[in-house]
Design a protein around this ligand. Structure first.
Ligand SMILES: Cc1ncc(COP(=O)(O)O)c(C=O)c1O
Length: 400
């Protein structure tokens, strides 16, 4: 079922869109079809637009806070969508997931200490760790039969080295999970989260889970918040999320941190005093409208994305079988394996940017394990998707 509201092509140029208006800066040419940044090329829900317009008409945009009604709306959304029951006291509002992640790193990792990341992963994780003076410790994901998995043996070793093995230097005190995982599209399952959680618990490694893509989960998969797996794991974890991916409101920063453990929550709040702000007036309006009235729109969007995903998988199989898309279980991001073409990093860039004229995120940006891959955002009208895929197919054909 194709919903026409997602089929409409809307010109985003001239709106200061990072994705559309900064092509020259990033790719060195204006004529690439931008399919990189993780925002969507369709309008947000009417209920969000209406509530922003109504609030704008009020005309006074002073300092803004949240109340018990906001907490209730957030709690209801999490319970309705994921069966996750939280207490309103656990919620801390802020102006973005990445700013909140930086605060978590500052609050819970001393300069020089290790923070575990599981690359290939969303690249601001690396800069967030490095800029705080902590050290990135990598536990690279493993791919088998086209599916990525966590490397528990290596993780165990990094946290608690055997006598003869080389210890992680410096010792990790924090690990960052991405669920669903950007860019590889995994939606982590219960047994995976339990295993990860117990290794971290045993070794006193605090977990922070970035769940910003949690609303984008495809049939046959279900999103499970790390903190819902067990009370012990909930006490040893912080969840960061926002409606901004799901409802395409990234330009209206508003996010939530969900922290059950009171000591962790107070430390997070203290560290955030100078570094975080509350959501802006319109960010908060968007968050409330999304969680209160956004369900039907979200489900329509998921149907459309599901069809886009199916279209893509069939396209690669029939038109470019040498290039392998990793089937995304969640997110709107497609991680594509070009390694069979045996291109160097520069050659792959040249193929995508100058031959195909498509703007994608390059795998090398995502750390170890990213080389030879690219990431494509398929949250766009089918006609844009077809155009981008056809351009990639023609470029690959030209060098085959
Ligand atoms: C995994 C992940 N976390 C965080 C963000 C950005 O979050 P925010 O805009 O709230 O800082 C993104 C954006 O693409 C993302 O993919």
């Amino acid at each position: 079922m194709n919903d026409r509201k997602f089929d409409e092509y809307i010109d985003r140029t001239g709106t200061n869109s990072v994705k559309w208006d900064f092509r020259n800066e990033v790719f060195g040419r204006e004529d690439v079809l931008p399919m990189w940044v993780a925002d969507s090329d369709w309008r947000t829900s009417e209920s969000i637009i209406d509530s922003i317009l109504e609030r704008a008409r009020h005309g006074i945009f002073g300092y803004t806070g949240t109340d018990e009604e906001t907490d209730r709306i957030v709690m209801d959304w999490l319970e309705r969508r994921y069966g996750w029951k939280i207490d309103p006291n656990w919620v801390v509002y802020a102006n973005g997931v990445v700013p909140s992640l930086r605060v978590v790193i500052k609050a819970f990792s001393c300069p020089g200490e290790g923070v575990i990341l599981q690359p290939p992963v969303y690249y601001p994780f690396f800069t967030s760790v490095k800029n705080s003076g902590s050290q990135v410790v990598t536990n690279q994901l493993k791919m088998k039969d086209g599916k990525y998995r966590m490397n528990y043996e290596e993780l165990h070793n990094l946290c608690c080295p055997e006598q003869e093995s080389i210890p992680a230097d410096p010792p990790p005190t924090l690990m960052v999970l991405c669920n669903p995982h950007n860019p590889v599209g995994r939606v982590w399952e219960r047994d995976e989260l339990e295993r990860l959680g117990s290794i971290c618990l045993e070794n006193e490694v605090l977990m922070v889970s970035d769940d910003i893509h949690s609303e984008f989960v495809y049939q046959g998969n279900s999103y499970l918040p790390l903190a819902s797996v067990s009370p012990e794991i909930a006490d040893n974890s912080i969840t960061l999320t926002s409606p901004s991916k799901a409802f395409n409101t990234a330009g209206l920063p508003a996010s939530i941190a969900i922290i059950k453990n009171e000591q962790l929550r107070e430390r997070f709040k203290k560290a955030g005093e100078k570094l975080l702000t509350r959501p802006s007036v319109f960010g908060l309006e968007a968050l409330i409208a999304a969680y209160k009235n956004g369900e039907d729109w979200m489900d329509d969007q998921l149907d459309y994305l599901e069809d886009n995903r199916e279209y893509i998988l069939e396209f690669f199989e029939t038109k470019i079988p040498r290039v392998k898309p990793i089937t995304p279980e969640g997110t709107t991001l497609l991680w594509i394996d070009f390694r069979k073409l045996n291109l160097s990093s520069e050659e792959l860039k040249d193929l995508i940017v100058n031959e195909a004229r498509v703007g994608l995120d390059f795998g090398s940006w995502f750390g170890p394990g990213g080389e030879g891959f690219v990431r494509l955002n398929f949250a766009c009208p089918r006609q844009t998707l077809k155009k981008g895929l056809n351009r990639i197919a023609e470029a690959v054909e030209s060098i085959s």
